[in-house]
Structure formats: structure tokens, C-alpha cells
Design a protein around this ligand. Structure first.
Ligand SMILES: [Mg+2]
Length: 194
């Protein structure tokens, strides 16, 4: 049961998926060099790129059918969306026939607007019908753990999202939401995550 995943995984953007504040460190227009993978630049040559492990994590969630969301409180939502549209995610490791895809295609939902992130998650819940107990959120700012009041599992990202951080967040979610094993009338054990 160690591979159990929540139904929805959400990521903050700044210092969670990339190492800058899109509203203060980046000046439009954003540009990509041809089909260059995981690298775009702003007017002054500042690079926007996902942290190393992020592309494979996105592939893994996609392959598992997990709903993926970006939840950011940036004051420049349009620029953040542009960056996600331009950034190219390489094919999954070992996939020789795959082609790079814009990062935005890996996100089912974008909740990008300033303010407390509680409305971001209320909106996700409304759009998807997924219970908060099935949501795991990665973010580098501790203040955003207020979404736990809804029942979302919050995991603090300290040096960008990497495999280790991702696994730790998953482990925390599993710990909080253990599988309940119920016995039916025939005595057969049935596992349920609800
Ligand atoms: Mg952040």
C-alpha cells in the first residue's frame, strides 16, 4: 500500500517548482530558444526552469491519473501562465518516442491569483468534487499551511521540490489517511481509503 496516492496533488509555483518569484524577478516578454527543454528566458536573460526532479514527478502523477493543480498567489497570474505554457517538459525517462510537452498540459487546474490560498482550494474542491482529505499541497511558505483548516495535507518545501520532498509529503498524507480495513459479512477483508 506504499504506492497509495491522493486523488489531487497541488503545487505552489515560486520556490516550489522554480527558483524565483515570477512577479519580482522576471520581466516580460518570456522567450524560449527553439525547442529547448525546461528553459525559458525573460527580457534580461533571467532563466525560468523547473527544479531538476519536477518533470519526472509530473509524469508520475499523470501516469497514475492523479489530478494536478498549481496554486499560486502571485500578483502576475498572466506571466505565470505564460511561463507554464512556454516551458517544455521532456518525455518521461526511458520514453524514446515521446515528444516534449508544454508544462501547462500537466496541470488540470490553475488557481493563480493573490490572497490567502484557502479560496484556491475551495475552488478546486468545487470544480472537482474531490474531498480535502484527498488533497496534498506542496508549498515553500509556511503561512500557506492555513489550508490545513480545510483538511488539506500541507507539506513544506525547503529547497525546491525534489524526489525526497515529494516522497515525504506522500508519506505524511498516507499517515494521516490510513487505509481502513473493514470486514464484510463473508469475512473477506476489503480495503478502503475513505
Ligand atoms: Mg512560493
Amino acid at each position: 500500500m506504499t504506492s497509495r496516492l491522493p486523488k489531487l496533488v497541488a503545487f505552489d509555483l515560486d520556490y516550489t517548482l522554480w527558483d524565483l518569484w515570477i512577479d519580482t524577478h522576471v520581466t516580460p516578454p518570456l522567450k524560449r530558444d527553439g525547442q529547448k527543454i525546461n528553459s525559458i528566458h525573460d527580457r534580461h536573460g533571467e532563466e525560468v526552469a523547473f527544479y531538476h526532479d519536477v518533470p519526472e514527478i509530473l509524469h508520475r502523477l499523470r501516469a497514475a491519473g492523479v489530478v494536478v493543480a498549481a496554486c499560486s498567489r502571485t500578483s502576475t497570474p498572466k506571466l505565470a501562465r505564460q511561463a507554464l505554457s512556454l516551458l517544455l517538459v521532456p518525455p518521461q525517462a526511458g520514453d524514446k518516442h515521446g515528444t516534449p510537452k508544454p508544462a501547462i498540459e500537466f496541470f488540470d487546474h490553475l488557481e493563480i491569483y493573490p490572497g490567502s490560498k484557502i479560496p484556491h482550494f475551495q475552488s478546486l474542491h468545487k470544480k472537482t468534487g474531490i474531498p480535502y482529505s484527498e488533497m496534498l499541497f506542496f508549498d515553500d511558505e509556511r503561512r500557506n499551511n492555513e489550508v490545513e483548516s480545510l483538511g488539506v495535507t500541507f507539506w513544506l518545501v525547503q529547497q525546491g521540490t525534489d524526489d525526497r520532498t515529494f516522497e515525504k509529503g506522500l508519506a505524511e498524507w498516507r499517515k494521516r489517511h490510513p487505509v481502513e480495513v473493514a470486514e464484510d459479512a463473508s469475512g473477506t477483508a476489503a480495503a478502503s481509503t475513505e
